[in-house]
Ligand binder design. Sequence first.
Ligand SMILES: [Zn+2]
Length: 230
Amino acid sequence: MALKIASMKHFWTLTFLGIVIALIGYIVSSPAPRPFDPAFLRLSPLEIARLPLAVRFDQPMGGEHGALTYNAQPFRLNRHLGDDLNGIGGLNSDLGDNVYAAGFGRVVYAGTPAPSWGKMIILAHRVPDLETPEKTHVIQTVYAHLKEIGVKTDQLVQRGEKIGTVGNADGQYLAHLHFEIREGPYINPSVGYADAPLNRISPEHFLAQHRGAANDLLNRPPHLSIPSSP
Ligand SMILES: [Zn+2]
């Protein structure tokens, strides 16, 4: 009888110890949940691989060569991180004008991140390096202060396809398109002005480098609504 009680004690001690070890293991192996911040996402390697290859880029409004636009506040003027594109009619004459995808890409953000931004679209593109075209890197094109957003997250858009319209961020500014080009896989609406250029590059310079590329035909032209001849 005494032996039986002793082995029962042993059993319960071992069970108790097992539970304690399991609890410690659980606490150590499960990190504290971090708050999800939708404003700061990194494209995964799979998402990057799924990005369309974009070999050619054009102006996002006012025709392919931007002939009907002017740049009211170029990159880095007054700490600006993009270009402010306006219709040549000035003032609010461009309110509601079409905004086009600058290159073949995927929508990675479409929404209103902050009142000062108004509606914003971010497209991500996989772009061949100029010197070593077999290598690619992620480029983002950003379209802000929009009146309307015409695309949804994860949608593929062709270069030249309409994605939205020029706005004034709900009446805060004269209508214009705040257009940025960013490098890298971090998707973050971020800011439009800063002392340092951050991950932004000059849109004018980038478009000049990537317009009329030799391998132009690798990207399909935008969808046209012209009925095919019988
Ligand atoms: Zn701007």
